[in-house]
Design a protein around this ligand. Structure first.
Ligand code: MSP
Length: 522
C-alpha cells in the first residue's frame, strides 16, 4: 500500500456555468484520484468554486441579483455537472464558506505579522478576467490580456502588497532542485523566466472598488484580493488553522498534486509557494498543469458561441453514463499539451476503442466460451503467468502506474488500449474457432482463458476512466467488482461457470453520430 495521496483541482469561477474546459480538468483529476485509490485507501480529492471578486459582483449587478444568489445558482450547476460526470471528489469547497473566510483572514494577518505584507499606493493594469494586475510586458501587441483578449483597466489605488521579491531566489532554487515539482517539466524554463521579472504583488483591493470579497481584519477599507483567498482553499478546506490545525490537515498536507490549467501556473508555482513559505508550511510535491481544450480547433468563447457544456455532449449522444465522455476527455491530449473536442472525433474514438476494440473482444470471447464450453472455465485450462499475454498484462500494469506517477493520463489510457489491441491480434492469430473445429479443445480453452483474464485486467486498469463499463465487464465475467490493483495478479479469474448465452450483453454500444449531431443543433 502506498502512503496518502492528496489531490486538488483549480476552483472554478462561478460567474457562468461549467463548460467542457472545466470538465477536462475535473475528469483528469478524477481519473488520477480513482487510480490512486486503487493503490491506497488514503487518497483524497478536493475541488471547489472561487466565488469572490469583481466579475461576480458585476455579473450579479447586471442581473439585478445579489452576488451570493448568483454564486448559489451557478455553484449548483457545477455541483450537478460533476455529479453527472461521476467526479468522485471527497470535498467541494466554496470560498464563501464561513470556515474558509475566517481562516483566510487569519492567513492574511499572519503574513502582515511576518512583515511580508505592506501598504502601498499603486497604479496598474487590472484584468478582471484574470482577477489580477498585468505588467505591460504581459500584454499582446494591441495591449490586450493574452488570456482574455480584453483591454485591462488602469487602476490607481492604495493596496496591501505581498513581498514576493523576498522569496524569489528561494523559489527559483526550489524549482531547480526539485525535479518533480513542476510537471510537465517543459514548463520550467518559462516559469524561471517569469520569476526573473517578478515584483511584489497587490493582495487587496479597495472596498470601494470591490465589495464582494473577504474584508481585511481590522481594516474595512480593503478587500482581500481573490488570489490569496482562492489559493488558500487548498489548506482551509482540510482544516488548516494557524493555531490549531485539524488532524485531517496534519494527515493530508502537503498536497501531492495541484492539478491546474496552464494559464494559472504562475499563481500556483510562485505566489502560492511564497505564501506557504511565509506561513512556514511544507510545499506541495507537484504542480501539474494541463493544456487547454479547444472546440473544433478554436478557443472556446462566449463571443464565438462555441461554448459546450458537458451535459450537452451526453445529451447529444444519448449517453446515460459519462464513461465515453470521460474516456475521450482524459485521452484528449498528451500530458500538459492542448487538446481538441469535436463531435466527429469523439464518436470515432469511442467507437473504435470502447465499442470495437474492448467491447467486441469481450462479447466475442464470452460467446465462444458459451458455444464451446457451456460458459465454463475448467481449472485445468487456467494458464500460467509466464505466457505471453500474462507477461504483457504485467508489463502494462507497471507502465500504467509509471505513467500515472508522471501525470500522463492520456498516455496511460493509450497503454491500456494497445494492450487490448494486442489481445485482439492474439485472438486473430490463434483463431480459437479453428482450434475448436479441429478438436483442439485444450488449446482453444487456454486461448479463451487468456483473453478473458486479459479482459479482467483491462477492466481494472480502465476503471478510473470508465467506472461503469469496467463494472459491467467484471459483472459479465462474474467477478466481484473490486478494482484494487492487488487484484492484478495473473490467474485471478477463477474456474467455474461464468456466463450463459442470454447473460451476454455489450458493455458499450457504438454511437450513432448523424442522429447525435442533429440533435445537438436542435
Ligand atoms: N478561479 C481560478 C482558479 C483558482 S485556483 C486557486 C480560475 N477559474 S476558471 O474558472 O477560470 O478556471 C478553472 C480551471 O479551468 C483552470 O485550471 C483553467 O485552466 C481551467 N480551464 C478553463 N478553461 C479551459 C479550457 N478551455 N480547457 C482546459 N482547461 C480550462 O482560473
Amino acid at each position: 500500500m502506498q502512503e496518502k495521496f492528496y489531490l486538488t483541482t483549480a476552483i472554478d469561477y462561478v460567474n457562468g456555468a461549467p463548460h467542457i474546459g472545466h470538465a477536462y480538468e475535473k475528469i483528469l483529476s478524477d481519473v488520477i484520484i480513482r487510480h490512486k485509490r486503487q493503490l491506497t485507501d488514503k487518497a483524497f480529492m478536493l475541488t471547489g468554486t472561487d466565488e469572490h471578486g469583481i466579475k461576480i459582483q458585476k455579473t450579479a449587478a447586471q442581473r439585478g441579483i445579489s452576488p451570493k444568489e448568483l454564486c448559489d445558482e451557478n455553484f449548483s450547476k457545477f455541483e450537478s455537472a460533476w455529479k453527472e460526470l461521476e467526479i468522485s471528489y471527497d470535498k467541494i469547497i466554496r470560498t464563501t464558506d464561513e470556515q474558509h473566510k475566517k481562516t483566510v483572514k487569519q492567513i492574511f494577518n499572519k503574513l502582515l505579522e511576518n512583515g511580508d505584507i505592506y501598504k502601498h499606493s499603486y497604479t496598474g493594469l487590472y484584468c478582471a478576467g484574470c482577477e489580477s494586475f498585468l505588467s505591460p510586458k504581459d500584454l499582446t501587441e494591441d495591449g490586450l490580456c493574452p488570456n482574455h483578449l480584453k483591454k485591462p483597466e488602469e487602476i490607481t489605488e492604495e493596496n496591501y502588497f505581498f513581498r514576493l521579491t523576498k522569496y524569489k531566489d528561494k523559489i527559483a532554487d526550489y524549482i531547480k532542485t526539485h525535479e518533480e515539482f513542476i510537471q510537465p517539466s517543459f514548463r520550467v524554463n518559462e516559469l524561471l523566466n517569469q520569476l526573473e521579472n517578478i515584483e511584489d504583488i497587490s493582495v487587496s483591493r479597495t472596498r470601494a472598488s470591490v465589495q464582494w470579497g473577504i474584508e481585511v481584519d481590522g481594516d474595512n477599507s480593503q478587500t482581500i484580493y481573490v488570489w490569496i483567498d482562492a489559493l488558500s482553499n487548498y489548506i482551509t478546506a482540510i482544516g488548516y488553522d494557524i493555531n490549531n490545525p485539524t488532524e485531517q490537515f496534519k494527515e493530508l498536507w502537503p498536497a501531492d498534486v495541484h492539478v491546474i490549467g496552464k494559464d494559472i501556473i504562475k499563481f500556483h508555482s510562485i505566489y502560492w509557494i511564497a505564501i506557504l513559505m511565509s506561513l512556514g508550511l511544507p510545499l506541495p510535491k507537484t504542480i501539474f498543469s494541463h493544456g487547454w481544450i479547444t472546440i473544433d480547433q478554436s478557443k472556446m468563447s462566449k463571443s464565438l458561441g462555441n461554448v459546450i457544456a458537458p451535459k450537452d455532449v451526453l445529451k447529444a449522444f444519448n449517453l446515460e453514463k459519462p464513461d465515453a465522455f470521460r474516456y475521450y476527455m482524459a485521452s484528449a491530449a498528451p500530458s500538459g499539451r492542448d487538446g481538441n473536442y469535436s463531435d466527429e472525433d469523439f464518436k470515432e474514438k469511442v467507437n473504435a476503442n470502447l465499442a470495437n476494440n474492448i467491447g467486441n473482444l469481450l462479447n466475442r470471447t464470452l460467446n465462444m466460451l458459451v458455444k464451446y464450453f457451456d460458459g465454463e472455465i475448467k481449472p485445468e485450462f487456467i494458464t500460467d503467468k509466464n505466457n505471453p499475454i500474462a507477461i504483457m498484462a504485467k508489463n502494462t500494469k507497471t507502465q500504467v502506474i509509471e505513467a500515472f506517477n508522471k501525470y500522463e493520463v492520456s498516455e496511460a489510457s493509450a497503454l491500456i488500449v494497445s494492450f487490448a489491441d494486442a489481445v485482439n491480434k492474439y485472438v486473430t492469430d490463434n483463431a480459437p474457432w479453428t482450434l475448436a473445429k479441429d478438436g483442439k479443445t485444450e488449446e482453444c480453452a487456454r486461448v479463451l482463458y487468456n483473453v478473458l483474464e486479459a479482459m479482467r485486467h483491462i477492466a481494472i486498469m480502465l476503471y478510473p476512466y470508465c467506472p461503469n463499463i469496467s463494472t459491467d465487464i467484471l459483472n459479465q465475467l462474474s467477478q466481484k467488482t473490486d478494482f484494487k490493483y492487488t487484484n492484478l495478479e495473473w490467474g485471478g479469474l477463477k474456474a467455474g461457470k461464468i456466463t450463459e448465452k442470454d447473460k451476454i450483453k455489450p458493455v458499450f454500444l457504438r454511437l450513432d453520430s448523424e442522429f447525435a449531431a442533429d440533435k445537438k443543433k436542435g
